[in-house]
Design a protein around this ligand. Structure first.
Ligand code: BDR
Ligand code: CA
Length: 349
């Protein structure tokens, strides 16, 4: 009987979904951060999801689906399929907003998104279908409920449009002070945009939501193109995943090769694809990877500056700026975290 109890507690505490804390190499316990990912899944969103599962500092407690690279419905399905592929059926997926705040029309996927992420969002690669479906509770309510439950232990990382976050703060204004961290992938302070001269894709989708989030005073980290276009992945790395000989290694290599090809054809003359979304997840738990400028920020909503993320001139000398804008990144350190964690994950799946 005693042996049976030991066995049950061993299985319970050692199962991946229940692994709350992990022992450091120096023998001390490291507390994991609870994380919600808001994804418009998307190839680099899939990489962000894989990174969150693989970094020992993170306990992913749920995913909120957003429109963006694909529709919200497709984003949820893609996330469920990736979780299934990586044997993490314990992580729930919730449905978020299906279009921008001020939009009346049904959301349609932009041609540029199809070009970068494929018609199905995952590089037209076939991923085995998950037997699970999304949860009944709304993504916005899940964010609020989790903020109340976990407080400062909760980090929210949104790597699609800001619509869900802004709706959550509208519904529960205290959310911005409750949680430990809010990180977004979006915007461009120093470099030009990727869908227009001034706008980055996530902010371009819903500049009203992003502006409301920026000026709400929410302590925010902005991981924009200024840093994400420095962290590039090439076919040299995807070959390593393919050579693992595992199902997930092959699927991720196929997806990312599609993404790299799309980057090769696009106007950015970069030698690889931008690791936008996984960098945002990594920065949330490894802030030492980046240098930031703290600013009061706003987002343009006029036709000429639609989606432009810029500091508020009149507030340059005001105290307590709420947005930490990442302006430099330790590329080699991040690439090492990224490759070490993801290769280990794909080797095991
Ligand atoms: C961002 O836009 C989307 O295409 C990517 O998933 C990323 O979140 C980069 O501008
Ligand atoms: Ca994204």
């Amino acid at each position: 009987m005693k042996i049976l109890i030991y066995l049950i507690s061993f299985i319970f505490f050692c199962a991946p979904g229940f692994a709350e804390n992990k022992e450091n190499t120096n023998g001390t316990m490291e507390k994991k951060v609870k994380m919600i990912l808001d994804l418009d899944t998307g190839i680099d969103d899939a990489l962000a999801l894989a990174y969150a599962l693989a970094d020992p500092k993170i306990e992913l407690i749920g995913i909120v689906a957003s429109y963006g690279n694909v529709t919200t419905e497709k984003s949820a399905v893609n996330s469920l399929n990736i979780l299934n592929l990586l044997h993490r059926k314990d992580i729930p997926v919730y449905i978020g907003a299906d279009k921008a705040l001020n939009k009346e029309d049904v959301f349609t996927v932009l041609d540029i998104s199809k070009h970068i992420h494929g018609e199905n969002g995952v590089g037209n690669v076939k991923i085995p279908e998950s037997p699970r479906t999304a949860e009944k509770q709304s993504g916005v309510d899940f964010m609020i409920e989790s903020a109340k439950k976990y407080g400062k232990d909760l980090y929210i990382v949104a790597v699609g449009p800001s619509t869900n976050l802004t709706e959550a703060i509208r519904k529960e204004p205290e959310l911005k002070n409750m949680v430990g961290k809010v990180v977004i992938m979006g915007g461009a302070l120093i470099v030009k945009g990727n869908v227009s001269l001034v706008a980055e894709a996530n902010i371009h989708q819903d500049p009203f939501a992003a502006n409301e989030l920026f000026i709400s005073g929410t302590p925010l980290t902005m991981v924009g193109l200024d840093v994400t276009l420095r962290t590039l992945l090439t076919k040299k790395e995807t070959r390593l995943w393919r050579e693992l000989g595992t199902v997930s290694g092959k699927i991720f290599a196929d997806m990312v090769d599609f993404y790299i090809e799309a980057y090769n054809k696009s106007t950015h003359e970069l030698k690889g694809c931008g690791l936008h979304d996984p960098l945002a997840v990594a920065v949330a738990v490894h802030p030492e990877l980046v240098k930031v400028l703290t600013l009061h920020m706003q987002v343009g909503t006029d036709e000429k500056d639609w989606g432009r993320t810029v500091a508020i001139t009149e507030k340059l000398n005001d105290p307590d700026p709420n947005v930490s804008v990442c302006v430099d990144v330790k590329v080699d350190d991040f690439m090492k975290f990224f490759m070490d964690h993801l290769t280990a994950l794909f080797k095991a799946n």
